[in-house]
Design a protein around this ligand. Structure first.
Ligand SMILES: Cc1cc2nc3c(=O)[nH]c(=O)nc-3n(C[C@H](O)[C@H](O)[C@H](O)COP(=O)(O)O)c2cc1C
Length: 206
């Protein structure tokens, strides 16, 4: 089982990457191979809005999105994480999402298999949880368009710096359950897909 964890934060030692690493460790314990991507370190051009992908099923730009798209296709679990910037996902994460348009079921219904799961992570300095919910819903909107089943959300408030995670030990313990749940969801999804394939094979022999 492969997990691909994508951070939208430009901070390579900040709170978002720290939470992703902790989640990555828990995912390793339940049998996932993990890979973390920091979008800020990647070369990703803005979507040009040319809509060439609607006919070509791929983007005209040649940059890191080609590699990232392949990683998404090969992953069983996709984790998207962003700190709140002005009450929204970061610019890095928005550009990444825009550039995933060739994977959108609206463009190409066959681009993505239906055996993937997704986890959303949002972190903010302020106190209101509702701001984080907006980010989590943005990720789940993305997952739905890629036929990825959203299975868990993880949200932290009152985290302005990595040091603030020291006050969040109780919440961070939930990452263990989130990882265990992801492993269960993955196994159930694979079982369900195998059953469907077997029954289709059975039907085609008659
Ligand atoms: C440009 C900018 C905008 C921000 N906007 C918000 C905001 O609207 N609401 C909020 O709660 N925190 C906001 N923050 C704080 C970050 O969400 C917070 O510091 C977070 O922990 C940063 O994560 P990181 O360490 O991974 O970069 C903002 C931070 C920056 C740099």
């Amino acid at each position: 089982m492969k997990a691909y964890l994508i951070s939208g934060s430009p901070n390579t030692e900040g709170s978002t990457i720290t939470v992703l690493k902790l989640l990555g460790n828990e995912l390793c314990h339940v049998g996932f191979e993990t890979q973390i991507e920091i979008l800020d370190r990647c070369k990703i051009g803005f979507c040009r809005g040319c809509k060439k992908c609607e006919s070509d099923l791929k983007c005209i730009q040649r940059d890191d999105m080609g590699r990232i798209t392949e990683n998404i296709k090969n992953a069983d679990l996709l984790v998207l994480a962003s700190p709140s910037y002005w009450g929204d996902i970061t610019a890095q994460m928005k550009v990444f999402i825009d550039r995933c348009t060739p994977l959108c079921e609206y463009i190409n219904d066959r681009s993505m298999p239906t055996d993937k799961i997704g986890i959303s992570v949002s972190i903010r300095a302020g106190t209101r949880e509702s701001e984080n919910i907006h980010l989590l819903e943005c990720f789940e909107h993305y997952f739905n368009h890629l036929k990825i089943k959203p299975v868990s959300r993880f949200s932290l408030t009152q985290v302005n710096n990595r040091i603030d995670l020291k006050n969040k030990k109780g919440e961070l313990l939930k990452l263990k359950d989130i990882a265990a749940n992801a492993a269960d969801e993955m196994k159930n999804l694979k079982l369900k897909n195998n059953k469907t394939m077997n029954s289709q094979r059975h039907e085609s022999t008659f």
